[in-house]
Write a protein that binds this ligand. Structure first.
Ligand code: MG
Length: 285
């Protein structure tokens, strides 16, 4: 690309004449260009073509520079190192909500003390009410282990009922669903009242079960009236039971209502002595 392709209209004509008549050696290349131009199509067409050619080269350079910058940015965002810990975690970057010893991360209703029973590395619902984390969360990855009583009492929703409520609003049902008939969107692994689990991988009563939950919170829209749905993805004993299902409204027996940026995790005391252990959470925002 020379100087000529960047010059337009009357200026181009004047420049063309000046260069053609100049004795200066600096313009030798330009004179050669002009000689070639005179042999072919009209000067106007050739100059237009060269302007296009010059801009294409410039655009190409911009793309290359942007790609190189993108590659450099990728290099700068190397994923953080995380020690995953033992099978079942907690990973090194998780917040441990219950590690088997105390309820220091938990409270009861309002500012009251959490009074679930702690022993044998478990926290157990004991009819003292729901418990809430002191810290509040938005989008999270959550790991929970739970066990229904070994001795079977009751049936349907009355057998081993509890629940994991994200933000105190959206329940993934905890229930002894081992050979225990109830409505499909009320069994273990259900997004309660909204989505039944895809399959039923429930273990026998008394055995430990795991939930691994990816939760994206619903968010208020700009107008403050509508809600942008969030989502639940749930692995139950390692088996997919909720596949990115939409989360919008709160579920039955939620402690709070309305979409909020952050809320406490709640474990439901439904009157059955469900045990919990190894609860950890990783905020995603
Ligand atoms: Mg429940």
């Amino acid at each position: 690309m020379g100087i000529l392709p960047m010059i337009h209209g009357q200026d181009a004509r004047a420049t063309f004449d000046f260069v053609r008549s100049s004795k200066n050696r600096t313009f030798a290349k330009l004179r050669f260009d002009m000689f070639r131009m005179r042999k072919g199509r009209s000067m106007k067409k050739q100059m237009f073509a060269r302007i296009c050619q010059g801009r294409a080269v410039l655009l190409g350079l911009v793309i290359v520079v942007a790609a190189l910058a993108g590659m450099a940015a990728d290099k700068n965002t190397e994923p953080a190192l995380v020690d995953p810990g033992p099978i079942g975690g907690p990973p090194s970057d998780a917040i441990v909500l219950f590690g088997g010893k105390d309820l220091s991360q938990w409270r009861g209703k309002g500012d009251s003390e959490a009074r679930w029973t702690v022993g044998d590395g478990c926290m157990t619902a004991n009819r003292t009410g729901n418990v809430f984390t002191k810290e509040e969360f938005g989008d999270v990855q959550l790991h929970v282990e739970w066990a229904a009583p070994t001795e079977i009492k009751g049936k349907g929703q009355g057998r081993g009922n509890s629940g994991v409520y994200l933000q105190g609003r959206y329940e993934i049902q905890v229930l002894d669903s081992y050979q225990n008939s109830t409505y499909t969107n009320g069994q273990a692994g259900a997004f309660y009242g909204k989505f039944a689990p895809l399959v039923n991988p429930c273990r026998k009563p008394g055995e430990w079960q795991t939930y691994d939950i990816i939760f994206h919170a619903p968010k208020p829209a700009a107008d403050g009236k509508e809600v942008i749905p969030g989502s639940f993805t749930v692995l139950y004993n390692g088996v997919l039971v909720q596949d990115h299902v939409p989360v919008k409204g709160s579920t039955t027996a939620s402690a709070f209502k309305g979409a909020v940026p952050r809320g406490p995790l709640m474990l439901q005391d439904h009157g059955n002595p469900i045990r919990y252990r190894n609860i950890w959470i990783r905020p995603l925002n």
